[in-house]
Design a protein around this ligand. Structure first.
Ligand code: SAM
Length: 179
């Protein structure tokens, strides 16, 4: 019976991973766009950068290597987490970044001062309430390619070659926009 439950649990977690990855396929942000995103957010050594759907870890690793930040990558796919950990070691930043295999909708974002996204519009929309609830006032969100919908316009929008990146700032408790 215990074995049956273990097999059911394994199949259920595989289905979750396959479904999520099918919804947001693994596509990497080009290096130049990674740097532009981190600059748009004004990342520095005081920041904790979370990449939701972190892939091979490139955004978090670059935030640590180039800007001295700490970083956390969340990805549902265990293969991506393995790859990201290897890349962090190779880049010499394994002491400043960590990668967690988790569904981003279950991640605790309260310590993040910057969140980066390269997802799909439906995921951005679904994340909105969570970002607004958990991030501290003044935290920055940068998204590659997709915005948050017409009713949450970005503070800034930049073209980087053929790509577009967007910046939002979590408002203060009394409604100011954090600028
Ligand atoms: C388009 S890739 C972006 C990778 C990386 N952030 C970049 O910009 O290069 C999206 C990533 O999201 C991950 N993903 C999809 N659904 C997820 C979920 N529910 N929770 C966590 N990660 C998820 C995929 O495994 C994939 O690695």
């Amino acid at each position: 019976m215990r074995r049956f439950i273990a097999v059911v649990a394994l199949v259920a977690s595989l289905v979750t991973v396959v479904t999520a990855v099918a919804q947001v396929p693994y596509v990497r942000t080009p290096e130049r766009v990674v740097v532009a995103m981190l600059r748009l957010a004004g990342v520095d050594e005081n920041d904790v950068v979370y990449d939701l759907g972190s892939g091979d870890g490139r955004i978090v690793i670059e935030a640590a290597r180039r800007f001295g930040a700490r970083g956390v990558g969340i990805d549902i796919d265990p293969e991506r987490i393995r790859e990201a950990n290897e890349n962090a070691r190779a880049a010499g930043v394994a002491d400043r970044v960590r990668f967690i295999q988790q569904d981003m909708f279950e991640a605790d974002l309260r310590e993040a001062t910057v969140v980066t996204l390269y997802l799909v519009p439906q995921f951005n929309q679904r994340l909105r309430p969570k970002l607004l609830r958990e991030l501290p006032p003044g935290a920055r969100i940068v998204s590659h390619q997709y915005d948050m919908g017409d009713d949450w316009p970005p503070l800034r929008k930049r073209r980087v070659g053929l790509r577009t990146i967007y910046l939002w700032v979590i408002p203060g408790r009394n409604g100011e926009n954090g600028e």
